[in-house]
Unconditional design. Structure first.
Length: 390
């Protein structure tokens, strides 16, 4: 490989949330951090070089969006997904969770119903609740090791909702939704006049044998009844740049959302938010392919290790992303005891599966976006604890 994903990079004492917030997150610093969804791989050199080049000017005054940014996004989604969009359909927003919050404020009011599909990315719960919207749940079903949509429940629950928050691909379970599944969700939402907000931050992370389909690309109805949020942050390990974007092809929806952002000056980018992202999309294809190959080998390693050494535990194998939903229900522990087991006995810090909804009880989300040696160390620590109770 051209890039070294085995490199161990010291991240402690760098104001790093993943490593420097362990006491607050887990009650102890004596855990191996395998939780929040950034990777321990070095940010690609071409991105860092783009930031250095900008710094060489040595004047960080007011700036506007890099002129290469929109064409770079347009080309990227065309090359990767065959999705043809116009540059005026792209807009800046400083993070996908804030973007979802702004969309809910723009298109709904207090008391309106918003549907989500747990177990799902936990900010969907928090943002909707904090904005005093009513959450409606369409729980996903675990069938033969993968999540599936309960469409009968979906069709019933969507009635009366204003918005459907779609996680595409799914987090925490890494499910890549098929074009047929997306179209069926679209048809039901259109029939019930429900706007679809599609969070596609993990879109570039589809693994071998799977291909991401942007929701808006499946049909004219999907195109005209959706907001898509994307970012380079997961793909290139640049979450700290706080740079995301929306793609809205329906002019009426786009104008309404852009006007909401404009009135609060939420549509402006900081000096490093767009140029480095344009560079990533222009130069990053090889890095992404090598990173995904490495991550998939980590997933293979973990799957085999569990089968050989901890048969009472399993995993939902992700079809996208570096996140694995570890299935520890076979240990027979109440969920609160299970969480304590991994923190106190295994000393591995993972995301509590129940934070994604009660459907995540008995699971833990584990981050494999790290060197193989770190995955091996985490699994050995879990095995030592496992052997004492299994």
């Amino acid at each position: 490989m051209k890039y070294n994903f085995d490199e161990i990079i010291q991240r402690k004492h760098t104001d790093c949330l993943k490593y420097d917030n362990l006491k607050e997150m887990f009650g102890t610093e004596e855990v191996l951090p395998m939780w929040i969804a950034d990777m321990d791989f070095r940010t690609p050199d071409f991105i860092v070089d783009a930031i250095r080049n900008r710094l060489s000017h040595e004047l960080l005054g007011y700036s506007y969006i890099c002129k290469r940014w929109r064409p770079a996004i347009q080309s990227w989604v065309s090359r990767r997904y065959g999705w043809e969009i116009q540059t005026d359909e792209i807009g800046f927003v400083g993070g996908i969770v804030p973007a979802i919050s702004f969309a809910l404020q723009c298109f709904t009011k207090a008391g309106d119903k918003v549907m989500i599909q747990p177990p799902v990315y936990h900010p969907y719960h928090h943002v909707t609740h904090d904005l005093e919207r009513e959450l409606v749940f369409n729980p996903l079903k675990l069938v033969d090791g993968q999540l599936e949509i309960d469409f009968a429940d979906f069709e019933e629950k969507i009635k009366g909702c204003k918005v459907f928050l779609l996680c595409n691909p799914h987090n925490p379970c890494g499910r890549v939704w098929s074009k047929e599944e997306l179209q069926r969700m679209c048809d039901i939402c259109v029939e019930n006049n429900v706007l679809v907000i599609s969070d596609e931050i993990h879109c570039d992370m589809a693994l071998k044998g799977f291909k991401h389909t942007p929701f808006a690309s499946v049909s004219e109805d999907a195109k005209n009844n959706s907001i898509t949020f994307m970012a380079a942050s997961k793909t290139f390990n640049i979450a700290g740049l706080k740079s995301s974007y929306h793609i809205i092809q329906n002019p009426e929806i786009r104008n309404q959302y852009n006007e909401f952002l404009r009135k609060s000056e939420l549509d402006t980018a900081h000096v490093f938010a767009t140029g480095p992202v344009a560079t990533a999309y222009e130069q990053g294809e090889e890095w992404v392919e090598q990173m995904l190959e490495y991550v998939e080998a980590n997933i293979d390693f973990m799957e085999q290790y569990l089968k050989e050494n901890m048969p009472k535990m399993g995993m939902i194998r992700p079809q996208a992303s570096f996140l694995v939903f570890l299935d520890a229900r076979g240990l027979g522990l109440p969920h609160d005891k299970l969480v304590e087991f991994f923190i106190r006995e295994a000393k591995v810090g993972m995301n509590d599966g129940a934070m994604f909804g009660e459907e995540g009880s008995g699971f833990m989300r584990m981050n494999l976006g790290c060197p193989r040696s770190v995955v091996e160390k985490a699994l050995k620590q879990i095995k030592e604890a496992y052997d004492k109770i299994a």
